[in-house]
Design a protein around this ligand. Structure first.
Ligand code: MG
Length: 250
């Protein structure tokens, strides 16, 4: 069931989104050679709690941390660890949700750790750009397939592949709501987009094969061929005037 939000609910989601976004910015500023992913997670948790919010991911389905931190060939759901020390050249995908007064904001960004390769930089740029290509299509009258198709066309034209096994989602009073928002699709197919829908659009883009596998920890998802992967996400609202990003810092 797709829940349409009232303008009152949207303003609450903007508040939750602001906290999520600021936590993500803080996490990104902390990415540097020598820091552990666990230390970054601590910063995220402290910040979110200092704002009177709760980390959406902590305890979700048993997830043990506040941020998902996925490095290099890790796609999503990486578990922060005291043993995982970041090094120069890593690309670090950080996914953060915050819940304030019953509403969630969900966002992600892939940050470079120090100097990164030209190939890694190109993957980050293309994935970020594909997110905004998808967001542009999130307007009344369009359908879910228009969003996924825009993402897919943009990245496949650059010889990257779209992860199929994980997709974006509705977001609101629950972290994951209907509808599913795949990063691939056929124009004019799927659920029709209406004002009041709130979606987390989140391309997960691989430099090699689209195939992924989940490690023995039951969370960390990696590319099947070990190639790099990037992940960018915003929570957005569909308004009569078009898409509005909810996960902004100001
Ligand atoms: Mg999400």
């Amino acid at each position: 069931m797709i829940v349409l939000k009232t303008s009152r609910e949207l303003s609450k989601m903007r508040e939750a989104g602001r906290i999520s976004s600021r936590a993500l910015r803080l996490a990104g500023e902390a990415v540097e050679p020598g820091i552990t992913t666990w230390e970054i997670d601590c910063l995220v948790r402290k910040y979110i709690e200092s704002q009177g919010a709760t980390p959406s991911f902590l305890g979700y389905g048993g997830f043990p941390a506040s941020a998902c931190i996925s490095v290099n060939h890790e796609v999503i759901h990486g578990i922060p660890s005291k043993k995982h020390v970041l090094k120069t050249g890593d690309i670090v995908s950080i996914d953060i949700g915050a819940c304030l007064e019953g509403y969630h904001g969900d966002n992600a960004w892939t940050f470079p750790c120090g100097e990164i390769s030209k190939e890694a930089r190109a993957l980050l740029d293309a994935t970020k750009e594909s997110l905004f290509e998808g967001i542009k299509m999130a307007k009344p009258g369009n359908r879910i397939g228009d969003i996924g198709n825009a993402v897919q066309r943009y990245v496949e034209a650059r010889n990257y592949s779209v992860v199929r096994d994980f997709v974006g989602h509705g977001v609101g009073a629950k972290l994951h709501e209907d509808p599913s928002v795949p990063n691939f699709g056929t124009p004019a197919r799927g659920v029709r987009l209406l004002p009041g829908m709130t979606l987390a659009i989140e391309p997960m883009i691989n430099a090699g094969t689209h195939q992924v596998r989940v490690l023995e920890d039951q969370w960390t998802t990696v590319t099947a061929d070990g190639a790099l992967s990037a992940h960018f996400e915003h929570s957005i609202a569909i308004t009569p005037d078009g898409p509005q990003i909810l996960t902004l810092p100001d």
